[in-house]
Design a binder for this molecule. Structure first.
Ligand code: AMX
Length: 456
């Protein structure tokens, strides 16, 4: 089974049968209590969604079909040219998310090639639309617009409109849209970035022989072979950047179902909106500063703080800076989490990337500040006494590493997050349709119903 679609088709009967059996025999089993507190605080702790591929343990962090980040780094295939030395490919992760199985080298290579072939061209109307957008429109808004415009390409939407497909077949067309959407993300990303820094002129080439992350890096002008070399990276640094994109995109794919971008994609998709519309909505959620936009906010924060303190080693000044932010009722970006209660293992993975390259990062004061902060900020937040999790989340490390290699357009950074996050929620969308998960429609309560429940 070299082809991803065939591997999914192979997994379907057992999964459908299992879920159907549970639905039929165990629908009355209680999951937990919903309290007035959870109704009034963003449904915290409310276990009420089915999610196939990832689960988040408050203390141990994310697992992908039960596997930790370290397991994935050991088991998932990387790019053939790295001979086992590089990071695993996001394509290998996509296979794992979709099938629950670790792909073989051949399967990962085949999927890489399939995505490159599907992604070689951006629809001309989307390209034109992106060209026409104001240069100072936020890059995440541009990404959401580009994705929504691709609804015109949706195979699922066309088939549905024709009335030619039955419920059991929906997934096949959703799958086609999902792969086409993921495949075209390097092109969209490159186009948005080139508008910001190169007047819309391409910064690099799309290479069908190369992997998805390589093509993102290439279209950002960051590879030696294929770019017009705006950043003038050496070959070694360029390889490191490609591997940074692979690592970043490999571990940001999903964080179980309840986070804003995943949940939104799933919710909108439950109305049978096609994957382009669904993920465009997810991107709009990712663009919020309490969620994905924290990636951008952290870089801004580090840049500003570095300017403000005499030295990033001056603990007292760093603490004072944090208190100034907290006392003005702002949040420390990159810290805290709605579910996690320990440091984010994704943060550790990004940190390990820098620690494996001490020469590269030792003279970057902002990277040093990011590391120092991870020790200082938890103490300050604990003393502040509000935050349930005072530790760094993934966003506290990631953006500054892109910035280090020359991606200095701060507002752009979350777009790379948007490339990665497509993989988890869109894999779920395929399985939502396979399993026939219905339209999502929780019941809301008005104040008088809540008062009645509280007997007040
Ligand atoms: N700085 C300052 N205050 C914080 C804080 C932080 N980093 N994190 C939480 N708090 C505050 C909350 O604002 C809340 O204050 P309130 O009682 O006055 O409303 C209080 O602490 C309790 O919040 P919580 O239960 O610990 O967190 P939450 O589930 O409500 O929110 C999150 C989670 C991530 C939105 C929050 O920690 C935050 O705003 N962090 C900074 C932004 C950030 O890094 N977001 C990225 C998260 C990861 C991601 O999605 N990519």
């Amino acid at each position: 089974l070299f082809n991803l679609k065939a591997a999914i088709a192979d997994a379907i009967p057992k999964r459908r049968e299992e879920l159907l059996r549970i639905k039929k025999n165990f629908s009355d089993v209680k999951v937990g209590d919903i309290t007035v507190g959870s109704v009034l605080t963003g449904m915290r702790g409310n276990q009420s969604m089915y999610w196939e591929s990832t689960t988040l343990d408050p203390n141990e962090g994310i697992r992908f079909h039960g596997r930790t980040i370290a397991d994935c780094q050991k088991m998932l295939p990387g790019a053939p040219e790295d001979n086992g030395d590089g990071e695993f490919l996001p394509e290998s992760m996509l296979w794992l998310l979709m099938t629950g199985e670790i792909p073989t080298e051949e399967q990962s290579r085949q999927l890489t090639q399939e995505l490159a072939e599907r992604g070689a061209k951006l629809p001309s109307h989307t390209e034109k639309l992106l060209t026409s957008l104001p240069r100072d429109m936020h890059p995440m808004t541009q990404l959401a617009i580009a994705l929504a415009s691709m609804n015109k390409e949706s195979i699922f939407a066309k088939k549905y409109e024709e009335g030619s497909i039955g419920k059991k077949d929906y997934w096949e067309y959703i799958y086609e849209d999902v792969l086409n959407l993921i495949a075209v993300l390097p092109r969209i990303t490159g186009k948005i970035y080139s508008s910001l820094v190169n007047d819309g002129e391409p910064l690099g080439h799309f290479n069908v022989e190369k992997d998805w992350s390589y093509n993102i890096a290439s279209l950002l002008g960051m590879t030696v072979r294929d770019s017009v070399n705006v950043h003038s990276l050496t070959k070694e640094r360029s390889n490191d950047f490609v591997n940074l994109i692979r690592l970043y995109c490999g571990i940001h794919v999903d964080h179980e179902g309840g986070n804003v971008s995943a949940h939104t994609t799933h919710l909108v998709g439950s109305a049978l909106s096609d994957p382009y519309l669904s993920y465009s909505s997810g991107i709009m959620g990712l663009a919020g500063p309490l969620h994905g936009l924290a990636a951008q906010e952290v870089v801004r924060f580090l840049v500003e703080m570095e300017n403000d303190v005499d030295s990033v080693e001056n603990v007292k000044q760093v603490e004072d800076y944090l208190w100034k932010v907290l006392n003005s009722n702002r949040v420390i970006p990159g810290y805290g989490h709605a579910v996690l209660r320990k440091p984010d293992p994704r943060f550790d993975a990004m940190l390990n990337f820098t620690e494996a390259r001490p020469q590269e990062f030792k003279s970057n004061a902002k990277v040093q500040l990011m590391k120092n902060l991870s020790k200082i900020a938890p103490r300050v937040l604990q003393k502040h006494g509000k935050t349930k999790n005072p530790y760094p989340n993934v966003d506290s490390a990631s953006g500054i590493l892109f910035h280090h290699y020359g991606i200095d357009q701060l507002l752009f950074i979350t777009v790379i997050f948007g490339c990665s996050r497509a993989m988890g929620p869109l894999s779920q969308l395929v399985w939502d349709r396979i399993l026939g998960i219905p339209i999502e429609r929780p019941k809301s309560l008005d104040l008088s119903s809540i008062k009645k429940l509280c007997k007040i």
